[in-house]
Design a binder for this molecule. Structure first.
Ligand SMILES: [Ca+2]
Ligand SMILES: [Ca+2]
Ligand SMILES: [Ca+2]
Length: 114
C-alpha cells in the first residue's frame, strides 16, 4: 500500500500517535481506501463537542481544513459530536454518538527532526 510521505498509518501501534485527523483530500482518499479494503468504519479525530456545529481537530482544536460529509450530515441527531468515515454512507463522513464504537487509525509524523 502506498503511503503519502507526511504521515503513516498504523492500525495497532498507538504509541506516540493520535487519532487520525483528515486535513486534505489526499489523506481522505488514503483512509477511504483502507476502510473499503477492510470493510470498516473509521472514527476520525474531529469533534464538535465544545461548540455545537463548530468542528475542530481533536489535537489542535483548530477548524477543519477539509470535509467530506455525507448528504444531510452533520445532522447532530441526538447530539452527535464525533466524526466517522462511514461505510454505510458510501464512505463519506457521518457525525455519530461518541459512544458508538468504531475502528480507528492512528497517525504520526515520520522523519521529523524536531
Ligand atoms: Ca492528518
Ligand atoms: Ca454535534
Ligand atoms: Ca449524523
Amino acid at each position: 500500500m502506498a503511503s503519502p510521505n507526511n504521515f503513516e498509518v498504523d492500525l495497532e501501534e498507538t504509541l506516540f500517535g493520535k487519532l487520525v485527523e483528515v486535513e486534505t483530500p489526499e489523506e481522505n482518499t488514503f483512509l477511504t481506501n483502507i476502510a473499503k479494503q477492510e470493510r470498516i468504519d473509521i472514527r476520525l479525530g474531529m469533534i464538535d463537542a465544545f461548540v455545537e456545529g463548530k468542528w475542530v481537530y481533536l489535537s489542535s482544536l483548530k477548524a477543519l481544513t477539509f470535509t467530506n460529509w455525507s448528504w444531510g450530515n452533520p445532522d447532530n441527531l441526538f447530539n452527535q459530536d464525533c466524526a466517522t468515515l462511514a461505510s454505510y454512507k458510501k464512505y463519506k463522513w457521518d457525525d455519530e454518538d461518541c459512544t458508538e464504537q468504531r475502528n480507528f487509525v492512528c497517525e504520526r509524523l515520520i522523519g521529523s527532526g524536531s
